[in-house]
Design a protein around this ligand. Structure first.
Ligand SMILES: [Zn+2]
Length: 144
C-alpha cells in the first residue's frame, strides 16, 4: 500500500478508522471555527476547545472552480491539463459552514439543501509517490 498523508495535518486525522474534521469552539462565547482557530473570530477570546466536527451537513451553496489552486501549497502542474472541480459551502448544523470540495460522480448534481456526508479522496501524488489525501463531502440519503 502506498504511503498517504493528509493535505494538512491540522484539518483531520489521517490515517484513522473514522477520520473526522477538527474544529474549535470558543470557551467564552461558543463560536465554532473551521479550521481550528487560535483566537475567536467573534469575540477574540484565546481559549479554544478542539473537537471533532459533525460528519453530516447540508449544501448551503456551491460553485465550480475553473482555475488551478495556488501553488504552493498545491503542487505545480505536472503537464496534465487542469480539471475544474466543484466547491461547496457545507453547513454543519449547529456548528459552522465549511468550504469543501464536493465529491460527486457524473450522475450527481449539486442542489442547495442537499444532504451530504464527509468523505476523503486522494488529491494528488507527491514527487516520491506519497498519496496526498483531502477531505470533501458527497451526497447522502434523501437529497431532495
Ligand atoms: Zn468567542
Amino acid at each position: 500500500m502506498p504511503n498517504q498523508k493528509p493535505v494538512d495535518a491540522n484539518l483531520f486525522d489521517w490515517p484513522a478508522s473514522s477520520p473526522r474534521l477538527w474544529g474549535s469552539r470558543c470557551a467564552l462565547c461558543g463560536n465554532v471555527s473551521f479550521p481550528v482557530a487560535q483566537r475567536c473570530s467573534r469575540c477574540s477570546h484565546d481559549e479554544q476547545d478542539r473537537f471533532h466536527l459533525s460528519t453530516e451537513g447540508i449544501l448551503w451553496s456551491w460553485t465550480v472552480q475553473r482555475f488551478p489552486p495556488a501553488s504552493p501549497p498545491f503542487p505545480p502542474s505536472d503537464g496534465n491539463p487542469f480539471e475544474p472541480f466543484t466547491l461547496g459551502y457545507v453547513e454543519l448544523p449547529g456548528e459552522v459552514r465549511v468550504i469543501s470540495r464536493l465529491f460527486y460522480n457524473a450522475q450527481q448534481t449539486p442542489h442547495i439543501g442537499q444532504n451530504l456526508k464527509l468523505a476523503f479522496e486522494q488529491l494528488y501524488c507527491d514527487a516520491d509517490g506519497t498519496e496526498i489525501i483531502g477531505y470533501g463531502f458527497t451526497p447522502h440519503g434523501d437529497t431532495k
